[in-house]
Write a protein that binds this ligand. Sequence first.
Ligand SMILES: Nc1ncnc2c1ncn2[C@@H]1O[C@H](COP(=O)(O)OP(=O)(O)OP(=O)(O)O)[C@@H](O)[C@H]1O
Ligand SMILES: [Mg+2]
Length: 304
Amino acid sequence: MSKTSQTTEDETKRTDQPLEVTAGETRERTQDEWTDYEFEGQAKFSVEDLDVYYGDDHALKGVSMEIPENSVTALIGPSGCGKSTFLRCLNRMNDRISAARIDGSVELDGEEIYQDGVNLVELRKRVGMVFQSPNPFPKSIRDNISYGPRKHGDLETGFLSSLLGRSDEEEVDELVERSLSQAALWDEVEDRLDDNALGLSGGQQQRLCIARALATDPEVILMDEPASALDPIATSKIEDLVHELSEDYTVVIVTHNMQQAARISDQTAVFLTGGELVEYGDTDQIFEDPESQRVEDYISGKFG
Ligand SMILES: Nc1ncnc2c1ncn2[C@@H]1O[C@H](COP(=O)(O)OP(=O)(O)OP(=O)(O)O)[C@@H](O)[C@H]1O
Ligand SMILES: [Mg+2]
């Protein structure tokens, strides 16, 4: 598994003259081997030479990396370095941003997702997403879970279906219990499934959003700082959950919290100012013995 070319001629020239890039950060040539992560098993995503522009702003620069399936990949780096932008490329959420232009290749299970004819609804069903702020629908807990599968036609519980004799509320009940249990929320809400989801605490709402993402039976779950608004107890529940999910799902998680990345991820990708992937590797190696001086400075809190 190897695919990376982070260094351009232009970059080489620039590295001859160390430059202050951001407070305390010095430009350093990124070497291919720092981002060339070898792992066993299958790649869920293969990203090659990915560039993202917002108008004239070049937000991600030639990022190449492979993300192993059934594991947790953490994306870390200072604010504005392109973590959310990268995450959104993995299920084409950036398509919704009119200023965004994407170049390069992203393959999911070996299939290019940036090609004509890709069904975006299907793609986002396979690659679900959980955002920074919990965003449950202003509906009951039950309806939050069943909304997606119903929309995708996986549940036949509408009026028409019941006329046709296909109503299956039991199927909904099963789905609701399974998804909420997977998200470690069932015990707290089983007696109030018809209450409005907005009445849950922030941490419960976030677990509901995870349950909602799981309900459509995805293969990948993208999480953009899912615990940043939560207290330590709620955070630790989300962390335990992420760890468990990686047995059956591929999880890619952005976090600002380095201890969190170190605790929950199998591999870590470090993005630094300018939208560059600087180093990618086994989480222990990244935190204990990074190759890049800039990464070491970032991790030890010298900047960022
Ligand atoms: N919708 C947008 N329109 C224009 N520019 C954007 C948009 N979204 C992000 N950017 C720019 O792209 C760059 C990367 O932003 P991004 O949100 O990916 O960073 P991030 O690493 O997730 O930061 P943070 O840690 O603060 O969430 C920034 O310069 C940002 O201003
Ligand atoms: Mg972000």
